[in-house]
Design a protein around this ligand. Sequence first.
Ligand code: ZN
Ligand code: ZN
Length: 240
Amino acid sequence: MQTNHQNKIVEDLLEFVAPTRCIMCDKPGEVLCEDCIEQIVCVDPASNCLACGAPFGRVVCSECFDMEFKTDICLVATTFEEPIPRIIKGYKDCYERRLGDIIADMLVDTFEHALVCDAADYEVLTHDVVVYVPDTARAYRRRGFDHMEYVAQRFCKSTNMPLVDALVKHKARDQRLLSREERLDTATYAQYEVVQEVAGRGILLLDDVVTTGATMNKAAAALKRAGATRVDVLALARVY
Ligand SMILES: [Zn+2]
Ligand SMILES: [Zn+2]
C-alpha cells in the first residue's frame, strides 16, 4: 500500500517527465486551462425544458413535446459543444481522473445552482437517492473502470446524498432473435436490470450525455418497474 507521501513523489516525478497540458489548447499547467473552461456553455436551470434539459426556456420544448418520458425532471449542466466532448472523451478513453473531477464538480455546481435559482421546481431532487447510468460489463472490462461510478461517488461526497449502485447494464439482445411475445414485453429484453432495493425511493439518475433521451428512458423505466416513485435526471450535457 502506497502512502500519500509516496503517491505525491510519483505524481511529482510524472509531472517532471510529462508535464500536464490542457486537453484543448495544449497549454502547460492544467488538464483544462482557465481560458478553455470559459468556453463551456452552461444551461441556465431557471430557463430550461424541465422534461429534456434543452435550453429553450421554461416550456416543454419542441425537441420533446411528442416524447413519452419515463423520467420526471431533467436537469443538464451544459450544451454538448467543445470543450465538453473532449472532456468526456479524455476522461473515458484515457481515464484521466482529473477530468472526472471536473465533470463531477460541474454536476454539483449545476445541482446547487438549480436549488438556489428555482427551489420550487428543483427542491424535490434533494429527497432522492443517487443512481448512475452504468457501462455494460464489456465496456467495463475494456476500460477497467466505470466512468460514471467515479463521478457519482464524488458527486455524493460533495452533496452528502446517498449513492445506490442499483443498475446493471446488459448487452442489448438482438430483437430479431426474440419471439413476438418477448418483443411486446419490453421488460424481457430490457438492457437495464435493477439489483438494489429502490421501491418507494425517489431517484436522481446521473448520466453524461443526453442525446435522444432513449438511454435515460430505458434506465428510468427499469427503476420505475422496480418501484421507484420518481426518476429525475442530472446530466453533464444535452445534445439538441
Ligand atoms: Zn486550454
Ligand atoms: Zn424538452
